[in-house]
Design a protein around this ligand. Structure first.
Ligand SMILES: [Fe+2]
Length: 229
C-alpha cells in the first residue's frame, strides 16, 4: 500500500521534447518489441488492433478475460501468454500490466495529465517493475513505451498517444514524463514506484471514462477502462 505522504511527489521531468515517437505499438510490437530502429512515420497514431477494441466500456467489462482474448489474438507475445495462462498468471502477469490511476493523494497532477501506474497491488495484482536498458533479460529496458488514452464514447474522438523511450528517464523525442510515488528514488523497489504522466484527451474531465492502452516493451499491449479522477 502506498499512500502518498507527499509533500512532494517529486516530478522527474526529464522528458518533454518534441514528439518524435520511435516505438511501434500493438501486435507487431508484441511480436518484435525492439523498436529503436522504427522510423517515426511507421508509428501508428492508434494501436493497430483498434478495430478489435471496444469503443465504449461494456456493462460487463472484465479486463482479465478481455486481455486474455486480445493477447491470444496477437497483442501479447505467445511466450508470455503461456505465463499468463499458468497458475497465478492472472494477477502475477496479466494484472501486473493493467493500468490504474496512481494514488497520488496530496499531489496536484499537472493540468491535462493522467497519472498512471501498472499492476494495482490493492486489487491483488503484482506491481509492474521497470528496468533500464542493459538489464539482463531486458536489454532494451522494461517499461511501457506507448500509452494511448481515448474517451469511452462511440465515434472517432481524439485520442492521445504518449511515448516513453527510456527508463528511469526519457530521452529526447518522448512526450511522456515520470514521477515517483512518494517522491523518493524512482529506482527503488525495482522501479515499482514509477508514475507515468500521460496526456489526457482535450476536454477530458473528472468522472469521464477513458480507455487506456498500454504497451510494455517486452510483454505486449494491455487495455482497460479508467475513470478520470
Ligand atoms: Fe512488462
Amino acid at each position: 500500500m502506498k499512500i502518498l505522504s507527499l509533500v512532494a511527489l517529486s516530478l522527474v521531468l526529464q522528458a518533454c521534447g518534441q514528439p518524435e515517437a520511435s516505438h511501434p505499438a500493438g501486435e507487431e510490437a508484441a511480436q518484435a518489441p525492439l523498436a529503436q530502429d522504427v522510423a517515426p512515420a511507421e508509428v501508428p497514431v492508434a494501436a493497430p488492433a483498434e478495430v478489435a477494441l471496444p469503443l465504449v466500456k461494456p456493462a460487463d467489462w472484465d479486463a482479465m478475460s478481455y486481455n486474455k482474448a486480445h493477447g491470444a489474438a496477437g497483442a501479447i507475445p505467445s511466450g508470455y501468454m503461456e505465463k499468463i495462462n499458468a497458475e497465478g498468471g492472472d494477477t502475477g502477469h496479466l494484472g501486473k500490466h493493467l493500468p490504474y490511476v496512481a494514488k497520488v493523494e496530496g499531489y496536484q497532477v499537472p493540468e491535462g495529465k493522467l497519472a498512471l501506474m501498472f499492476g494495482d497491488d490493492s486489487a491483488g495484482n503484482a506491481q509492474h517493475p521497470n528496468a533500464p536498458e542493459g538489464t539482463e533479460s531486458y536489454e532494451n529496458g522494461h517499461f511501457f513505451d506507448l500509452i494511448t488514452v481515448r474517451p469511452s464514447v462511440e465515434g472517432a474522438p481524439d485520442a492521445t498517444v504518449t511515448t516513453f523511450n527510456g527508463w528511469p528517464a526519457v530521452g529526447e523525442g518522448a512526450t511522456g514524463q515520470y514521477a515517483v510515488l512518494g517522491g523518493g528514488d524512482i529506482a527503488e523497489k525495482g522501479g515499482r514506484n514509477t508514475v507515468y504522466l500521460v496526456d489526457l484527451p482535450d476536454g477530458a474531465k473528472s468522472g469521464d471514462v477513458v480507455r487506456v492502452t498500454g504497451h510494455c516493451r517486452y510483454h505486449g499491449e494491455y487495455v482497460d477502462f479508467i475513470t478520470v479522477p
